[in-house]
Ligand binder design. Structure first.
Ligand code: ARG
Length: 563
């Protein structure tokens, strides 16, 4: 059922060997409006070889072309416009979707290859930031998209659970902390101790020596230090887990920075053996001037290893453990240099697989056009944002559908879905503004709008109260059906594009377009009228719902059947 292939074949029949088939396929366009046909082929490229004006070429080719399977094929200036046979198309696409159901759009491009995805990766004892939220939902959606095209993603939460800050935290906790407070509200209180440490150490620099000493103890495996560290870690994780549960995101691994403690010597040794380590002001670095990059810092002057060293160890561990075909890092754009350096060092070490490592950066969330940051007091607590979104959704559902039995549950699906959708509908690299009222609206370019459209489709099917059958041809020919049918047929291509560009927004934008086209169809058709296309129209409604649900699923957004 590849209609573009049909166009290519028809063209190849008249082009002979003046152009190879893949080139022809590449040149085929999708016209902006359907009065120009469903596909168009520009003839300019042939003018030189055929020594004719493009207009003439278009006319000559149309006269010869095999038109079977098309409603018509016409010359339009320098273009050849192809109009598909709508009846055949309608039956084929609807039959395909009804048969394949949730598998529609599944492909096997990835051939089961492993793809570790480094995502979320917040820091212990600190709140999850909006940036971590973005990494979480983008990474989760990319994992689902990669699965749909046949890869095997491995979702890794590379927790920031090691570093000198733990020395400070231990000192602060021992001086000002309480076990009960940490248990009651771990992140808030641990952050408080940490902040207090930084206020106090201005006047009391000896605090820094104490912190360094505690971190050294921790690195040496001291029992008290280790026990405190692992307690801070697990309390923080419990807190993070609440948010992950709300978002419906699961991980395959929580191997964070600490996991690589015993795996860094081998990295440093390998660098040494290859003669790549150089001393610079007491620190050990790898020179990357050949790559136009700043040197990578491998060891500090006090011998402590760094973020970079841990990431090198992690990259090698992932390669050895998963034998990956690609390795992705969904991390904000501000760490671009870091990942470029990491790849360059791995390359210098002779690891050609470093070419398959990809940093997937993303833009910032702003409020009123300003960057959200902890320093300006603009810390937004994610849990609060999500709870507020659920409240707003609940209020709207109450107004629209007061009798909905499971309102609480649906409000969660809608409110949280709205936040996720808003994050994913923008091009990954764009900065975007976050205004909760806007995000949770039921109209406009929002998640709730897509969910609501799907619920509407489901409600039509409930009302129809008849099984959709495939016994007769599924031909829908009323006014706005054609746009919907064509859009349905684009879904597999959209998934492939999203997977190649690591861009969930391709799916989110597609879902918005499909929802809009369907609502237009719905407003202008008597779907439930008792005529001979009723079954076919219902199969269209069912197909739209299946594809909207599949799209939302790829974004990690739920699709309530009623709302
Ligand atoms: N914990 C880091 C941060 O919050 C992000 C870690 C990203 N992943 C990695 N492998 N470096 O900035």
């Amino acid at each position: 059922m590849d209609f573009k292939q049909q166009v290519t074949t028809a063209l190849m029949g008249v082009l002979g060997d003046s152009l190879p088939a893949d080139k022809v396929a590449q040149l085929i366009e999708t016209p902006k409006t359907s009065d120009l046909g469903d596909y168009a082929f520009p003839t300019f490229i042939l003018a030189k070889t055929l020594r004719k004006a493009p207009q003439q070429i278009a006319q000559d080719l149309v006269a010869e072309i095999d038109q079977s399977g098309f409603e018509k094929v016409i010359a339009n200036g320098p273009y050849i416009n192809f109009f598909l046979d709508k009846a055949v198309f309608s039956d084929q696409i609807l039959t395909t979707i009804l048969t394949e159901g949730a598998n529609y759009g599944q492909s096997n491009l990835g051939k089961g290859g492993n793809v570790p995805i480094d995502m979320s990766s917040p820091n212990i004892a600190k709140p999850i930031s909006m940036g971590h939220l973005r990494s979480t939902v983008i990474g989760n959606s990319i994992a689902k998209i990669m699965t749909k095209v046949g890869f095997n993603p491995i979702k890794i939460n590379h927790l920031g659970d090691w570093g000198t800050q733990f020395g400070k935290l231990i000192v602060a906790y021992k001086k000002w902390g309480s076990e009960a407070a940490v248990k009651a509200d771990p992140i808030t209180n641990l952050l408080k101790y940490y902040v207090k440490f930084h206020q106090e150490d201005v006047a009391h620099p000896e605090l820094d020596d104490e912190a360094r000493a505690w971190f050294r103890k921790l690195e040496a495996g001291d029992e008290e230090a280790t026990q405190l560290w692992s307690w801070f870690r697990s309390e923080s994780l419990k807190e993070f887990q609440k948010i992950y549960t709300m978002l419906g995101v699961e991980f395959d691994s929580f191997n964070g920075e600490a996991f690589y403690n015993d795996k860094m010597d081998s990295v440093v040794n390998a660098l040494e053996a290859k003669g790549l380590l150089h001393e610079s002001r007491g620190a050990e670095i790898v020179d990357l001037s050949d790559y136009n990059l700043n040197p990578a810092l491998i060891k500090k002057s006090d011998g402590a290893t760094l973020y970079m060293t841990r990431d090198l160890a992690a990259a090698m561990y992932r390669h050895d453990t998963y034998n990956f075909v690609q390795s992705l890092y969904v991390v904000g754009g501000e760490q671009r240099e870091h990942f470029n350096q990491m790849k360059a060092v791995l390359k210098e070490m002779g690891n050609d697989w470093s070419d398959e490592i990809r940093h997937i950066p993303f833009g910032l969330i702003t409020q009123g056009g300003k960057k959200l940051s902890t320093r300006s007091g603009r810390v937004i607590l994610l849990e609060e944002v999500l709870n507020d979104a659920v409240q707003l959704a609940s209020a709207q559902i109450e107004a629209k559908n007061p009798d909905l039995p499971n309102r609480e549950e649906v409000a969660k699906q809608v409110g949280i879905g709205a936040v996720i959708f808003h994050d994913l509908k923008n091009d990954r690299l764009d900065n975007f503004d976050f205004d909760l009222e806007e995000v949770v609206r039921f109209e406009g370019e929002t998640g709730p709008y897509v969910q609501y459209t799907n619920a509407r489709a489901q409600s039509i099917l409930r009302k129809a109260n008849q099984e959709v059958t495939m016994d007769a041809d599924l031909i829908v020919s009323d006014a706005n059906a054609w746009d919907v049918l064509k859009m349905l047929s684009n879904f597999p291509d959209m998934i492939i594009k999203a997977s190649q560009e690591y861009e969930p927004s391709v799916i989110a934008k597609y879902a918005l377009r499909l929802a809009k086209a369907f609502n237009k169809y719905y407003a202008n058709s008597k779907i439930l009228a008792d005529d001979d296309q009723k079954n076919a129209r219902l199969s269209l409604v069912k197909s739209v719902s299946a594809v909207l649900e599949a799209s939302l699923a790829l974004l990690g957004v739920q699709a309530p059947k009623a709302m």
